[in-house]
Write a protein that binds this ligand. Structure first.
Ligand SMILES: [Zn+2]
Length: 424
């Protein structure tokens, strides 16, 4: 039976650069004789996504034309939508030239080979321009000239781009490893082909995804359940790549989701999985990236709540929802983003409503509302403070408390306006 799911992004099916079996062995043997170039954690995640089709239709790292088009107009040179640059930086002094073939290495493991089709310089001005296009938002830390005052020290995405080396290299890759993910997250690390076949088996056509990088609290649970009511099912999809120091490790978060599903969901309607990327901290543009690669996983509705992928106060609370209305549409399904946002207003537990509610449904005042945020939860847990009622589910909180009790070093969690609920 034909799949009822949304087609992968880019109109070319799942584009997977991962080699397996004898092909992989032969390529790996060849790779050992090539120039070895050390890559970042971010590039490793990008490569794995290119390997498993999560970044369809990308076949490698972006050319200057694609980089520029993506920054400026959310589109590559052929007109295909893409929200954030997927580039690979190297030192000019490495002496990499067009026509070279190189091996991309992380911590001693060869992740890919790459055919160099283009090299382009990235000056300080180029990086500054990329940061302004990709990361500058409409929150209080971005406006009134605040962006360049604060971002170089406070915005992890900007810090990452500014620390990039002075040259980008572009060209197709052959991916040789999925890293630690298959072994460390069996049953949770799923490829787009795997989630699609699970959705197909369940007969799903209309699928929503919930993006997670924090433990799931009541607000996330509410968002997922709104989606369960109106879609065939929900993919609870956690970032299992790298986070900031002080964030809760992926295995702890994944287990917390399992506990929640076990106790509070109809299991047939939800799938718990993880994806191998790092955070890019691109705020609203990251929300678009979340939708883009979810389309490849077979998802056509991306849940976007309040302050989705927020970074401090650089973005307005609903900017990640609004940006979906501003991206270009060509009318060609092969080029456009087909995974649409499912926009949900600010949600919370309200003692007057006696249940979960949102600004669209609850008429009561601030005093009646228990404002939930992952940052607030992590802060309370790390300080061993009492968690207010209705913040999370007891079974989940017990699991998280156990993790924090086992920590030898105290974690300091920085609170900012959006996370503290002060801006309500
Ligand atoms: Zn209420």
């Amino acid at each position: 039976m034909a799949s009822k799911l949304v087609a992968p992004h880019g109109g070319k099916g799942l584009v997977c650069a991962l080699l397996t079996g004898a092909d992989r062995d032969a390529e790996l043997k060849k790779a050992k004789g090539l120039k070895q170039v050390e890559i970042s954690d971010r590039a490793k995640g990008d490569l794995i996504m290119m390997g498993i089709g999560g970044f369809s239709p990308l076949t490698g790292f972006m050319t200057k034309g694609d980089w520029k088009g993506v920054c400026e107009n959310f589109a590559m040179t052929d007109g295909t939508f893409w929200p954030v640059p997927i580039t690979l930086d190297v030192d000019k002094s490495e002496g990499i030239n067009v026509g070279d073939e190189i091996a991309l290495v992380k911590d001693g493991e060869i992740f890919a080979t790459m055919q160099i089709e283009e090299t382009f310089e990235m000056t300080a001005d180029d990086k500054k321009w990329e940061c302004e296009k990709v990361f500058m938002g409409e929150g209080e830390e971005s406006v009134d000239g605040n962006f360049w005052k604060l971002a170089p020290e406070d915005h992890p995405g900007v810090i990452m781009v500014q620390a990039q080396k002075d040259m980008n290299i572009a060209g197709p890759v052959k991916v040789l490893s999925e890293g630690e993910y298959p072994a460390e997250y069996p049953g949770v690390y799923l490829t787009p082909a795997q989630t699609r076949s699970m959705f197909d088996e369940r007969g799903w056509a209309n699928v929503a995804a919930l993006q997670l990088r924090n433990p799931m609290h009541r607000s996330h649970e509410f968002l997922a359940k709104i989606a369960v009511e109106v879609c065939d099912g929900v993919l609870i999809h956690s970032l299992i790549g790298n986070l900031k120091p002080g964030d809760i490790p992926a295995p702890v978060r994944v287990k917390a989701i399992d506990i929640l599903i076990e106790n509070y969901f109809v299991k047939e309607n939800v799938i718990n999985a993880g994806y191998p990327l790092d955070m890019r901290y691109a705020g609203p543009r990251e929300g678009l990236l979340h939708a883009t690669f979810r389309q490849n996983y077979g998802v056509n509705n991306m849940l976007i709540g309040r302050d989705h992928a927020g970074v401090g106060d650089f973005y307005g609370l609903f900017e990640a929802q609004d940006i979906f209305d501003r991206i270009p549409e060509t009318g060609d399904d092969a080029k456009d983003l087909l995974c649409k946002p499912m926009k949900i207003d600010w949600t919370f537990y309200c003692t007057e409503c006696d249940g979960m509610a949102s600004l669209r449904t609850c008429p009561h005042d601030k005093e009646s509302r228990v404002i939930l945020s992952g940052t607030k939860l992590r802060k309370a847990l790390s300080e061993g403070a009492e968690i207010v009622d209705h913040f999370g589910r007891e079974e989940v909180l017990d699991h998280l408390k156990e993790y924090y009790a086992g920590l030898t070093e105290k974690v300091e969690v920085k609170m900012q306006g959006a996370a503290s609920g002060d801006t309500m």
